[in-house]
Design a protein around this ligand. Structure first.
Ligand code: PLP
Length: 461
């Protein structure tokens, strides 16, 4: 029951997880998940569907531990604030990297303890710092003197991480233009910390999201070590936290390549023998989320027009139910190239097409020029590895909803590992996350009701 002790009706909804059984070795589990989700909901929903592979979240935790066992990952919530993903990570022993009061609230509401949170935004509104204080979240980063004075006024007990700048020009999303203290400011910042009697807990850095070169960790770690030396030279209390940030790829092969290199550098620059008490943490977001989400979009409208290049060909214009203002904002902000995979196996020659997002904005173009066999209105398209920095940064422009979440896992990760309020069943489209279910609740509620009533305990407005 969702009636709480004070008698009020809770809006909490239970999510369900599909276990993909009967997969043959080598079979494409993402496509199977897509087909199963569409079998259950394809004809009845007009919203995009995010397939969330909770088993992948678990296997990523194991993969992380394989190469960086002494570095505790703090999931960067900004990357995909999906509550079921957060719960998997919480249960898997991860901490959390939050950048705002809202992200802090999200994880606290899911039972995460304040000590497991690093407040990683180097530039924070005063009200958010005060909130962190009220919740007992003390570990937070900074990279400038103004921030130090603000912290001194609002939360002088905070445990500070000096975020040093990194050379990150080869990263998919560099950050050094905006964040990180330059070397020539470190001494002054340490002076101010001593003068204001603040607590320096350690050092953090971020080599840029989508880091392509593990060698960028070498100067970053050397810089961190230099700050440790400078603090010690000034007689400051021994630094006890090293935060090696994000930057890790979401695909297994990419991580297997980069992580051992990072581990070697870490062991050399911060050896256990010399820093036995040091807490080593990281802030991976993409690593956990990227391959844990796959997107399904529907062709909800179509037009066929002569090509303007004089080729005499007809070009299909497909209008999808997700676009640049939704999940595909990743094309702009995360600089990714996306690839459509039609679900229905269509024979026939490839024809030129353009794929558009649903809004009235002419800029809302997902793929301007593409070729594939001709699709029809009602066809669905799969887009793989769309879990990181997709719906997290999407909006409801023009009234179009963000993707619904449909949860699944492979049998290897089923029943006994499921916890929290996840329940195994044959199907589930989640409406629990504000972001992931911002469609009119009535619509989804009635539809879910038709499919087994998993939301019968939900009060719809
Ligand atoms: N930590 C901070 C402070 C960030 O700004 C970000 C991404 O923007 C992350 C962690 C996550 O990094 P990644 O996307 O490389 O996993």
């Amino acid at each position: 029951s969702c009636v709480s002790s004070d008698g009020s009706k809770s809006h909490r909804k239970r999510s369900k997880v599909t276990v993909l059984k009967g997969l043959l070795p080598g079979e494409d589990s993402v496509r199977s998940a897509a087909e199963q989700a569409l079998k259950q909901f394809g004809n009845s929903v007009d919203e995009p569907i995010q397939l969330v592979d909770l088993g992948n979240v678990q296997s990523q935790i194991q993969l992380w531990k394989k190469h960086l066992p002494n570095v505790r990952p703090h999931y960067a919530v900004k990357c995909c604030p999906n509550k079921q993903i957060i719960k998997q990570l919480r249960d898997g022993g991860c901490g959390f990297d939050c950048a705002t009061m809202q992200e802090i609230s999200t994880v606290l509401e899911l039972g995460v303890t304040p000590a497991d949170i690093v407040y990683s935004h180097p530039c924070k509104p005063r009200s958010h710092i005060a909130f962190a204080k009220s919740q007992g979240i003390s570990l937070m980063s900074f990279d400038n003197d103004v921030e130090l004075r603000k912290v001194a006024a609002v939360y002088p007990e905070a445990q500070l991480l000096l975020r040093v700048v990194c050379e990150d020009s080869s990263a998919q999303c560099p950050m050094s233009l905006k964040f990180g203290a330059k070397r020539d400011t470190w001494a002054t910042l340490l002076d101010i910390i001593q003068e204001l009697q603040l607590n320096l807990a350690g050092v953090s850095f971020h080599v840029g999201s989508g880091c392509k070169d593990p060698e960028t960790f070498e100067p970053a770690l050397a810089d961190a070590r230099e700050v440790f030396r400078m603090a010690s030279e000034r007689g400051m209390k021994a630094l006890r936290v090293l935060d090696i940030g994000g930057g890790y790829p979401g695909d297994r092969a990419g991580y297997e390549e980069i992580a051992p290199v990072i581990a070697e550098k870490l062991a050399r620059l911060f050896p256990e023998s010399e820093f036995p008490e040091l807490t080593r943490i990281a802030e991976p977001g993409r690593f956990f989320a990227a391959n844990s989400g796959h997107l399904l979009t529907k062709v909800y409208a179509k037009a066929k027009l002569p090509a303007t290049d004089g080729s005499g060909e007809q070009v299909c214009r497909y209008y999808l139910n997700d676009g640049l203002y939704g999940s595909f904002n990743c094309i702009i902000y995360d600089h990714v190239a996306v690839l459509p995979e039609p679900i229905r196996r269509v024979d026939g020659e490839e024809v030129p097409c353009a794929l558009f997002g649903p809004t009235c904005d002419g800029f809302d173009v997902v793929l301007e020029k593409h070729r594939m066999p001709e699709l029809e209105e009602g066809d669905w398209i799969l887009w793989r590895n769309m879990g990181a920095y997709t719906s997290a940064a999407g909006c409801n422009f023009n009234g179009f909803p963000l993707a619904l979440s449909w949860y699944y896992r492979l049998p290897a990760y089923d029943a006994d590992r499921v916890s929290g309020d996840l329940s195994l069943s044959d199907a589930g489209v989640d409406t629990t996350d504000g972001r992931h279910g911002s469609v009119p609740p009535r619509l989804i509620g009635s539809r879910l009701g038709r499919h087994g009533g998993c939301c019968s305990d939900v009060k719809f407005e």
